[in-house]
Design a protein around this ligand. Sequence first.
Ligand SMILES: [Zn+2]
Length: 340
Amino acid sequence: MTALTSLTANQQESIIQCPVCGSICSDTPIYKYSAVEAAAHFCPVTRNSQRNQRLLQSIRQLWKGDECSIIQCHECDFAFAYPYVAGDEQFYSILHEQYGYPRWRWDYDVAVKAVIDHSQKGRILDIGAGTGNFLKSLDSEWETYAVEGSDTTRNELEKAGIKVFPSLSDVVIKEAETFQVVMMFQVLEHIGEFQQVLAQCYQILKTQGKLLITVPDGKAMLQQEKITGCPDMPPNHLNKWTAKNLSLALEKSGFQVESVIKEPPSWQHLAYSLQLKIMHNAASNPNSIAARIYRIPNRKLRIPLLSLLAPISLFQLAGSINQLLQGESFGILAIKPSPN
Ligand SMILES: [Zn+2]
């Protein structure tokens, strides 16, 4: 919390401090976004103007203004949104009206291969468990726990026999030093108080307990943004992590980093980049075919029509296909070491 507090205090003096390593960063941003651009990114006016306006209002409240920059630290390469403010419950409740939870992901395979297959069974906690697909896949010798903020999702998890806490602070109070394994899949890119979260993970793990974190690869995100033109927009993603700066943050919290696992290349990544390119084409020209298709409210009609535009985007991105096939995420496995 120290760096975060000093960051907020320093904002008035325009001194920007890296939330990970504490270095003073250049105030020249690598990107700058307006609240209008951000709201249009998450929900175009032409799709649903009422939702777009609610998002705009929520983003302005978060940023306490109309602008957000992306700053990169020259010391540890960490890139972050400035103002350094994460999306709140209101922002995500509007956003979640249009997105669902994915069923199975690369992260889960990593968790099984790197952790589950090599650990003594015991208590396992999934922070930000969503609908609990990963925990539900484990055999009954694991005692499954979840941290999940949403009331509706909490009920669903409890029905599946998972013990649920509304916040990580509750776990620290009730279950300190009892967990064998803690998982955090695609969470740490969204939150500002990551130091506090890592400290709490340390508190709840047993000695030699394992922490597995997966996040989008910050370097890949910046590259994808440059190639497709489609922003990795705050306040959804606040942090762009790399193996180097996430290792540093973990070590500062007392962890020992065991291994870094990179997501392998896949055609799915290229398909996703094509989708981003189509989104960018639609956003940059309201008269384009892409923009016209985006205005179609019926999803069942819109999605197949958009996919017809994929060959055009593929042609536009032809020079960068190799980069766009690369993994978009990475995982870090860390251990709570024995006291000296
Ligand atoms: Zn830094």
